[in-house]
Design a protein around this ligand. Structure first.
Ligand SMILES: *Cc1c(COP(=O)(O)O)cnc(C)c1O
Length: 608
């Protein structure tokens, strides 16, 4: 379909006009004549100036320390980054005028190798940014310890379903003119010591704002900080306004511009820096009294900074909003529950199924509710296809001879100790008895531990040890190097998705939402999103009771075993129709809601 360049309506074959060797089509003679009289007026859209206009129209700047768009761009470590990527994808689908800012990590997070004892080895990721990102010519600098640290940028365009694109600006300090140390600032995500991290966050916050302005993004009305890592942007905005208005620090004006999403329900998880480090880096960027007023007396707390200078603040699930309000009672904190990008996380066999029964699902995640009308045998067949493919993959990788028919339980996420990946192995005798009496089960695990997280690494070792202890009785494998690609295979290729965090530490959790998009029900502790997503025996099963606010390992394990023994295993083997109905409800009730399309709409309405 060709559009009339004058009025933008559909053009017709018969109203054509040749100009400078090119044929133009119009809707009518009226428009054709208008064009003939002043063609220059209507040609300018094809030019560069159109792009510049587009840039200026971006109204929201979204800052995130990590963004995960695709497993081939290794600039993420886990849920936070993938959430950011999914959010941006839905912004592109919905044409939300947003630009995103993050750091470029030349060596990524890391590649995980596990030896026979389950000891994690970390290798740098080899990737060539030139294969994915386009270099921009702009350069800005920030002053660190009185020296100039220069920053350049690369761009990646996320293109939505209707062709609208969202630029992601990756900041890069690996430049000739920088010191060796500064060149390395974008080597690793969450690597190095506190000083390294502080400088990275200065590059992101202060450098990011400067880069946006240098690139011509002049119409930004909201700066959205995805977690506190980006809070330094508020200081740059304060200073910038002061420079422009030649006046005092205008806190209210900055607050008007800022939105803050917190993701961490435990105080220790919030970034803090000693003031001598900060002062040494910033050297009077702002008076130290003002810094302390905004960021706390003892240490510079990035969360306080964001809380104090944001007009809209939110947690990432209803419960997490509550927990955040109790941690920071002086602030007004809302909640917007996380989601995942539907098109990204639905596996191929379910894509085909949805295309057939819910043709509009790619444009409209809410329409996944019509999954209720998909015939059960078709759902089962699509799942079997995903499962068989995944079991083949696992067997090929590990030689573990997993079985196609056995109830397969998946657990994969960052190996952080609060996630208690080994809760299922609390009582070997009971687990073995369940597998013998109630029905066969097998387990597939995956997840990286942060290089400096000894407890996380021990957790991986304990699972590998358990897998050996269970040899010949229950099959357990641990897949190396969990990333987005593997995550998609896992959430669609298992029968049940398990999550056992210690309350109330799971702010939201998103992998269970990915599973729901593939018709996979969850068995999970009632924390984070699952409080909202769990309808017992319909979308999955809960572990423990809603009343318990603190987790007790023993009670949780026993509840987990009860659910497996008395509800899940019997339903899987003897109530297949019922099971398939639960798969259907996971899609219709949960995927239709826990997606980033709904989430972006809430941010646009409430936060922007
Ligand atoms: C979705 C995802 C996560 C986050 O999972 P949670 O359940 O929120 O912990 C982490 N890593 C990868 C690779 C993912 O795809």
């Amino acid at each position: 379909m060709v559009k009339d360049p004058v009025c933008g309506m559909i053009a017709k074959e018969e109203f054509k006009y040749e100009f400078k060797g090119k044929i133009f089509y119009f809707c009518s003679n009226l428009c054709k004549n208008e064009f003939k009289n002043s063609p220059d007026k209507y040609l300018k859209h094809g030019h560069k100036s159109y792009h510049d206009e587009e840039i200026k129209q971006r109204r929201i700047a979204y800052f995130s320390m990590e963004i995960g768009i695709d497993s081939s761009i290794p600039t993420y470590s886990g849920g936070l980054g993938i959430l950011a990527g999914d959010f941006i994808k839905s912004c592109a689908d919905l044409k939300v005028p947003l630009v995103a800012v993050t750091l470029l990590y030349e060596k990524g997070y890391f590649i995980q190798k596990l030896n026979a004892q389950g000891i994690q080895q970390e290798l740098p990721v080899q990737w060539n940014r030139k294969d994915f990102l386009k270099p921009l010519s702009n350069k800005v600098s920030i002053k660190i310890e009185n020296r100039d640290t220069f920053i350049s940028a690369w761009q990646y365009d996320v293109v939505g379903v209707s062709g609208y694109s969202i630029p992601i600006i990756f900041l890069d300090t690996d430049l000739e003119e920088n010191s060796e140390y500064d060149k390395g600032l974008n080597d690793f995500l969450y690597g190095g010591n506190q000083w390294y991290r502080l400088l990275q966050e200065l590059v992101l916050g202060i450098g990011g704002v400067r880069m946006l302005h240098s690139l011509g993004y002049s119409g930004i009305k909201k700066y959205h900080m995805n977690e506190g890592h980006a809070s330094f942007l508020t200081l740059e905005l304060l200073n910038e306004m002061k420079r422009n208005k030649d006046s005092k620090l205008d806190f209210e004006a900055v607050r008007e511009l800022c939105v803050f999403t917190t993701h961490t329900p435990v105080p220790a998880g919030h970034d803090q820096f000693p003031y001598d480090l900060v002062n040494n880096a910033l050297r009077g960027f702002l008076p130290s009294g003002v810094l302390k007023m905004l960021c706390g007396e003892e240490q510079l707390n990035m969360t306080f900074l964001a809380l104090n200078l944001s007009k809209y603040i939110n947690g990432v699930a209803k419960k997490h909003g509550e927990v955040s309000r109790s941690m920071f009672p002086e602030y007004s904190i809302e909640s917007i529950t996380n989601g995942v990008h539907s098109f990204t996380w639905v596996c191929d066999s379910f894509k085909i199924l949805y295309d057939k029964y819910i043709p509009d699902w790619k444009n409209d995640s809410f329409s996944l509710r019509y999954a209720l009308s998909i015939p059960g045998d078709k759902i089962w067949k699509a799942h079997q296809e995903a499962k068989n493919g995944f079991i083949d993959y696992v067997n090929e990788k590990t030689g573990s001879e997993m079985d196609y028919k056995t109830l397969t339980i998946g657990f994969a996420r960052r190996a952080a100790s609060y996630k208690r990946a080994d809760l299922i192995f609390s009582d070997f005798d009971r687990l073995i008895k369940i597998a013998n009496d109630a029905g066969k089960i097998q387990f597939i695990f995956s997840g990286k531990a942060h290089p400096q997280d000894g407890m996380g690494k021990d957790l991986i070792k304990r699972i590998i040890t358990a897998s050996k202890r269970l040899e010949g009785k229950i099959k357990v494998v641990y897949l190396e190097n969990y990333d987005m690609e593997l995550a998609k295979l896992l959430v669609s290729g298992v029968d049940l998705w398990l999550n056992t965090p210690r309350k109330p530490q799971e702010a939201s959790g998103t992998s269970g939402m990915k599973a729901a998009h593939n018709g996979v029900p969850s068995l999970s502790i009632l924390d984070g999103w699952w409080i909202e997503g769990c309808i017992e025996d319909i979308t999955g099963w809960s572990i423990g009771t809603p009343q318990n606010t603190q987790s007790n390992d023993q009670q949780d394990a026993s509840s987990l075993y009860d659910k497996l023994e008395f509800a899940i295993i019997p339903t899987f083997y003897n109530g297949r129709e019922y099971w398939i109905n639960m798969m259907r409800h996971s899609i219709a009730i949960n995927a239709s809601f826990f997606n980033t399309q709904r989430m972006v709409q809430q941010y646009v309405l409430n936060a922007y």
